[in-house]
Design a protein around this ligand. Structure first.
Ligand code: COA
Length: 143
């Protein structure tokens, strides 16, 4: 398995991986232009895993100067349980730390049992005292 920073040219392969994975929420902000903007704004923080030349894993991250935000951790079903996600998360956290970020968050859909088990099994604390509120500033319900 090889690992490297995600590039916008990975978009089609990564989007296919995301679509094939249950538990990820994909929105219009995950369009090619949205992801390109995200990668430009957060250089060196998103990674892909490659089996040969095939993309089989991904993680994206950004930060606001205080906290890191991880999203779209995904590993192809046939390669799960081999530590690919843990390697991606490790790289991502190291990259965030090198930019001064020592605490990060990840949003997981409540009914994503696999995702919840993954994070809680690795020392991530479920924040039952926090409720998330979102607001769409416009007409697009899928923003
Ligand atoms: C959650 C997800 C990313 C985990 O990917 P993964 O590559 O299988 O994760 P890892 O291999 O690092 O760890 C998974 C399991 O393998 C085991 N494992 C870790 N390293 C291992 C290794 N070197 N050898 C064998 N097993 C290993 C772990 O114990 C873990 O088992 P557990 O969940 O019972 O504790 C993957 O299941 C997935 O893509 N799910 C769909 C998308 C999703 O829900 N994403 C998270 C929401 S943000």
């Amino acid at each position: 398995m090889n690992y490297r920073c995600m590039q916008i040219s990975d978009y089609d392969a990564v989007m296919k991986l995301w679509r094939d994975c249950e538990g990820l929420s994909l929105r219009d902000a995950d369009s090619a232009s949205g992801v390109e903007k995200y990668l430009e704004r957060n250089p060196g923080l998103s990674f892909v895993a490659l089996d040969g030349t095939r993309i089989v894993g991904s993680i994206m991250a950004g930060h606001d100067g205080k906290r890191g935000y991880i999203q779209h951790l995904a590993v192809g079903e046939e390669l799960r349980g081999l530590g690919v996600a843990s390697e991606l998360v490790g790289r991502c956290l190291s990259a965030l730390k090198s930019q001064g970020i020592e605490k990060s968050h990840v949003h997981v859909l409540k009914d994503n049992a696999l995702g919840r088990r993954y994070w809680s099994g690795r020392g991530w604390t479920e924040r039952s005292e926090v409720v998330m509120y979102s607001f769409i500033n416009g007409e697009n319900d899928n923003a």
